[in-house]
Design a protein around this ligand. Structure first.
Ligand code: G3I
Length: 365
């Protein structure tokens, strides 16, 4: 005879039917799998998502040991005027992390994008140094001791700008000279001596000439910083990769990570996602190709013990930034399927690939 389900179990089962998005990961979540290997796993979030999307909150709590505010700590996100700061939205994310015992990354103190409208187009050195020093001191001190790592300088290299040092020809470089990276790191170390200070950049992952040039430029920059005694602790590899483009070459990527590690630095994978703009529309095939790329990328980076943190740039296809730029959106107008969960918060093969890669990673000290 079949036993009747207790009322609570029935309600839970029905709720499950109505919302398949709540699938509970059997192995206790990606963060647990990662932690067993000495790796911290998490995602970017923003204050609006935390406020408006209960599925996002549930999934972040089930899967993540770390969050990073994707928008709120950028100049545009917290500095409405040269003399004013607004930390209300950043504080929402920080409070969420504290309430749920999640680690935090800070993103980002110096970036040539996401600058507010009032930001001067061609500041003098003195003007920008004053603005920057106040910015780094204010943000650094406000969250001091609460951030595992700070992306102090984001995207500092651009070999296409044709400078001999490979640095990007940004407003910060033009005003302050190439020493601005070390200057910003020193300001950050003073404001928050506990945080790991990170130089973060993209297009470092693939066996392509432009990625090779960027790897060379960032290694030269890190080398100079270490030689000067600048307080830099890690390289952030953004890892916005794409399926159907150049395949990952594990040896190229691992050799690069070892070169960074040989400078005494850690490596954080800071903004992982896998675009699919070049793949055919068919969803199962696309999901399989995206999952394969997650597996290849993570298989390579996690084999290197210098990598102790992996952060996705969003868990779900629902709010993917990849649909918002012409370089990353699909030419056929279909939404991308670049993240471990789909737009209805159902786990995809990519989530399984991440779980497998974390489970297979060697244990870190
Ligand atoms: O929230 C407003 C919304 O209220 C408004 O209706 C809408 C209209 O444009 O804009 C919304 O804000 C946008 C925000 O994303 C949220 O979607 C901003 O305009 C837009 O500039 C912002 O873009 C972010 C971008 O950085 C600039 O801050 C992306 O979400 C974010 O994914 C992207 O992240 C960067 C990393 O910081 C650095 N590495 C590359 C990565 C991807 O570009």
């Amino acid at each position: 005879m079949r036993r009747a389900l207790p009322r609570r179990a029935l309600a839970a089962a029905l709720a499950g039917l109505a919302a398949p998005a709540m699938a509970q990961p059997a192995e206790g979540g990606l963060a647990r799998l990662a932690a067993a290997r000495g790796v911290l796993f998490g995602t970017a979030v923003n204050a609006q998502w935390l406020r408006e999307d209960p599925d996002l909150v549930r999934t972040v709590l089930a899967e993540c040991g770390l969050v990073v505010p994707g928008l709120e700590l950028k100049w545009e996100g917290c500095r409405p005027g040269p003399d004013s700061f607004d930390f209300r939205r950043a504080d929402e994310v920080v409070a969420f992390a504290a309430a749920n015992r999640l680690a935090l990354r800070g993103h980002t103190l110096v970036w040539h994008e996401a600058l507010p409208r009032w930001f001067p187009a061609s500041p003098s050195a003195a003007e920008l140094r004053t603005l920057l020093a106040r910015h780094v001191a204010t943000l650094g001190r406000r969250y001091a001791g609460r951030l595992r790592s700070w992306d102090v300088v984001n995207e500092p290299v651009e070999p296409w700008d044709r400078r001999p040092d490979g640095l990007r020809d940004s407003v910060f470089l033009r005003a302050l000279g190439p020493g601005y990276v070390a200057e910003a790191l020193k300001m950050a170390a003073e404001a928050d001596p506990a945080a790991r200070l990170v130089v973060n950049d993209y297009a470092l992952e693939l066996p392509l000439p432009q990625h090779e040039a960027r790897r060379r430029a960032i290694l030269e920059l890190l080398n100079r910083l270490v030689r000067q005694g600048a307080p830099v602790h890690a390289l952030g590899i953004q890892a916005h990769v794409a399926a159907g483009e150049a395949p990952i070459d594990p040896e190229v990527l691992r050799r690069f990570i070892r070169a960074v590690a040989s400078l005494g630095l850690e490596v954080e994978v800071t903004e992982l996602d896998v675009g699919c703009r070049l793949l055919p529309a068919d969803i199962p095939a696309r999901d399989a190709a995206v999952a394969r790329t997650y597996a290849e990328l993570l298989g390579a980076v996690l084999a290197e013990p210098a990598v102790k943190l992996v952060c996705c740039w969003g868990l779900s296809d629902r709010d993917s930034w990849l649909n918002t730029t012409r370089f990353t959106r699909r030419p056929d107008g279909l939404p991308v399927r670049a993240h471990p969960y789909d737009e209805a918060w159902r786990p995809k093969p990519a989530r399984e690939a991440i779980a497998r890669a974390l489970a297979a990673a060697p244990v870190r000290a």
